[in-house]
Design a protein around this ligand. Structure first.
Ligand SMILES: Cc1ncc(COP(=O)(O)O)c(C=O)c1O
Length: 396
């Protein structure tokens, strides 16, 4: 139904694209919208008093307004970065240089986190001396409550967790996690795999910060978002600075402005921000995130039915239930070589991803060196899923 909106499928008529958890394809609306913006309205923003700069500024601002609508937050609480990884690094560094996170503190993460939510903390912990702890998940991939309660002690200053696992597609109840936390714990949610797939409301979750990345929801690469709650916007200072982030500069000192602009050092990603604006307009035009969720649930149902026919031959990472986004990581019992499975799919023009999916601690927890991952999005249809299972049948 939506496939016709995506030129990649006209140009590659045989393509079955099931690598959407890695990145999504771009609709013609986004491609045209960005081109039109560059051709008719582009200039640097913030300081230009001429109409082109004002047009450009308006598009940048409108983009943030739509992100505000998407997450249910204020436009002023939206910080633009390059991707999720940069957003997590930015916030982690800001917590450190603002002295919120000190040498005697602990950062608590899930064992299932993407490396983007592990490495930024590790590199700072090495230098600053704070500790990182990981709470485990059970054999059923649920949060190990006892382990969480044990590790969430008085020293924990930051808890940072993904709302959806990029390996298993499992949706975690981040609101419930928030309800267990003390008021002074900074709660960060990695929404990289959730914001793209279903409605996410930061007020409802009650998080202090939520990050996501535009390219997983049909925007271009190079645009990421950090929602930062108003109180923290005031409290935190950024590591990287430039002209626009200041109130005043002298030779030995400078004072920072108080709003989200202080986190956007350098000329912002204006063109990429417009790509996110266009992607969000496109999503609105197809009835919003609820529609995406609805469509994905159909895909999930088809996949659960499909995989359940291979019970003895295919191992799925986390039980074959429908309470997930359309992400399935699997291995075949006749080979542990996940790369060869991916190559076999590729021979049939089916794009899936193979490896550790930047989640080695999770794979180690389940004694796997890697898996194959198929993931669907709004443009995948029944025939894509049928083709995937035809090839799986041949390989299995
Ligand atoms: C859960 C999760 N967090 C973070 C990231 C990093 O996103 P990006 O590469 O856009 O920074 C990904 C990407 O796959 C992800 O799935």
């Amino acid at each position: 139904m939506f496939k016709k909106d995506f030129p990649i499928f006209k140009n590659n008529p045989w393509l079955v694209f099931l690598d959407n958890a890695a990145s999504t394809q771009k609709p013609q609306y986004v491609i045209d919208g960005v081109s039109d913006f560059i051709a008719s309205s582009y200039a640097n923003i913030h300081r230009g008093l001429y109409s082109l700069s004002e047009k450009s500024e308006a598009a940048y601002h409108r983009s943030k307004e739509l992100v505000g609508e998407l997450l249910n937050c204020k436009t002023s609480e939206v910080i633009y970065t390059y991707n999720s990884t940069y957003a997590i690094n930015l916030i982690a560094q800001s917590l450190v240089i603002s002295d919120v996170l000190q040498a005697w503190d602990t950062v608590l993460l899930g064992i299932r986190e993407h490396h983007s939510n592990v490495l930024p903390w590790q590199v700072l912990a090495e230098r600053r001396g704070f500790k990182i702890e990981f709470f485990n998940i059970t054999e059923e991939y649920e949060i190990d409550r006892n382990d969480f309660d044990q590790k969430y002690n008085d020293k924990v200053k930051v808890v940072s967790v993904a709302q959806v696992s990029n390996v298993t597609g499992k949706i975690y109840d981040v609101k419930k996690i928030k309800s267990k936390l003390r008021e002074d714990t900074f709660f960060m949610v990695d929404g990289s795999q959730s914001v793209a797939n279903f409605p996410v409301d930061v007020q409802d979750i009650g998080c202090d910060c939520l990050i996501f990345t535009g390219h997983k929801m049909m925007a271009y690469t190079g645009i990421g978002v950090a929602y930062l709650k108003k109180e923290w916007l005031k409290k935190l200072v950024p590591m990287i600075r430039w002209g626009w982030t200041i109130e005043d500069v002298d030779m030995q000192w400078h004072t920072l402005i108080g709003n989200s602009d202080k986190f956007e050092a350098g000329t912002p990603n204006i063109i990429w921000a417009v790509s996110l604006l266009k992607a969000l307009e496109y999503i609105k035009s197809i009835w919003g995130m609820k529609k995406i969720r609805e469509h994905e649930q159909k895909l999930v149902k088809l996949c659960v039915e499909g995989f359940s026919k291979f019970k003895d031959k295919v191992e799925i990472l986390w039980p074959l239930t429908t309470e997930r986004v359309a992400v399935f990581s699997f291995l075949l019992s006749n080979t542990s070589n996940f790369n060869s499975i991916g190559e076999r799919f590729s021979e049939d023009n089916i794009a899936v991803r193979c490896g550790g999916h930047c989640a080695y601690p999770l794979h180690k927890r389940f004694k796997k060196s890697g898996t194959c991952r198929m993931s669907g999005y709004i443009y995948n249809d029944e025939s894509d899923i049928a083709k995937f299972f035809e090839t799986l049948a041949k390989i299995a």
